[in-house]
Design a protein around this ligand. Structure first.
Ligand code: AMP
Ligand code: MG
Length: 367
């Protein structure tokens, strides 16, 4: 962390504002947040912490701001942005109607890591929604995010604050790596809690459909609104099942590490033996090999860089570690990566969804 702080102080063009994230802001922090809010109202871009990953924020109702977000990230402009609000009263202005299910889900999960797709109102420019007549809306729970949204006029369009195709940033230093010099400010709120992007649920269809899995699981949603569908492309390659993902962003190969990533499925011992064998072969062929290991198996691997992603017993630790590990492998010039596979139920579904995308759906069975 020490090294990261030094790197951040070196940044010239983009201002860094460091804020403790407990919600009790000092006068200086409040002044900084007001300044950040002014930047966004004037059409600038500010990266900020949320409870999921860092977001790159601009005024959601200003098409020029949205265009700047796409440019800074190098993001295809048909990949719509999520609009962040800080209070329920802000919702009617940006949506055409509010279905009962949306009210119930907001009651249950907002503020929090759930994004809802609703029909958009005329107030939301097509530049923000990637040309769609629907809009993605979320109310984050992070106190810095909420304060910034209030200071910015109430509507912040924010995708993850990474260069398109890189893992979403869970630390401000990764935001700086990707966006330094391209945006006006980075608010450093430390390392983030969840580490994977929000769950996205489409409420313009019946029954509601999960387009991207996250911390809020299908089971949690159905307890509130009954039947919930899941887009099949969440765990299957769209090309294999003949369907395009419904969330435009999910069709891109996100979260791609530089090294070639393979997931390995099977019983515990078979996976460990298989990965050790493959790692040995790859190393003989001159590759630098990384392994994503669970805490349970960590000591059993033999490779150049073995990373402990967390315990199978606590999937939250795995989610929190995933993007950091992928970035570290890039920094360490790892050319081949083997990862254990995870359960596809509950929160594990979100972890496998991100890993499968990072691996380009390359899965091998350990026998
Ligand atoms: P990110 O901001 O990086 O977390 O990406 C936002 C995700 O939300 C992308 O996968 C988008 O395709 C998806 N998204 C945003 N707006 C919509 C929408 N109106 N309909 C479907 N998916 C959306
Ligand atoms: Mg993203």
């Amino acid at each position: 962390m020490e090294q990261h702080q030094n790197q951040l102080t070196d940044i010239r063009n983009t201002r860094i504002l460091r804020i403790a994230s407990d919600g009790s802001f000092s006068e200086a922090e409040q002044a900084g947040l007001r300044e950040a809010g002014r930047m966004i109202r004037e059409g600038g871009l500010v990266a900020f912490p949320t409870e999921t990953v860092y977001g790159l924020g601009g005024d959601a109702l200003n098409p020029d701001s949205s265009r700047k977000i796409y440019a800074a990230k190098g993001r295809p402009s048909d990949n719509p942005l999520i609009v962040h609000i800080a209070q329920m009263e802000a919702l009617p202005r940006i949506v055409a109607d509010i279905p009962q299910a949306a009210v119930m889900l907001a009651d249950a999960f907002w503020p929090g890591p759930l994004t809802m797709i609703l029909r958009k109102s005329d107030a939301v420019p097509l530049a923000t929604t990637g040309g769609l007549q629907t809009v993605a809306v979320r109310m984050p729970s992070h106190p810095v995010a909420l304060a910034l949204i209030r200071e910015s006029g109430g509507y912040i369009a924010a995708p993850s604050a990474n260069t398109s195709g890189k893992p979403s940033p869970t630390k401000a230093v990764y935001v700086a790596e990707d966006l330094n010099g391209k945006i006006d400010m980075i608010i450093d709120g430390g390392e983030l809690g969840i580490g994977l992007e929000s769950t996205i649920v489409d409420l313009t269809v019946e029954p509601p459909q999960i387009l991207r899995p996250g911390y809020v699981t299908a089971e949690m949603l159905s307890r509130v609104v009954g039947e919930v569908d899941t887009d099949v492309t969440i765990l299957q390659d769209g090309a294999d099942c003949g369907q395009a993902p419904k969330a435009p962003g999910m069709k891109y190969r996100h979260y791609a590490p530089k090294g070639e990533l393979t997931l390995v499925q099977g019983t515990r011992q078979a996976v460990v033996d298989y990965i050790n064998r493959k790692a040995g072969e790859a190393r003989m062929a001159g590759e630098k090999v990384g392994v994503i290991a669970t805490a349970e198996n960590f000591a059993a691997y033999d490779a150049d860089c073995v990373k402990n992603i967390g315990s199978r017993e606590d999937e939250a630790t795995v989610a929190r570690g995933l993007y950091t590990i992928l970035r570290e492998f890039d920094d360490e010039q790892v050319t081949r990566i083997y990862s254990e596979a995870f359960e596809t139920r509950g929160f594990g579904q979100a972890i496998m969804n991100r890993l499968l995308k990072a691996a380009g759906h390359h899965v091998e069975q350990a026998e």
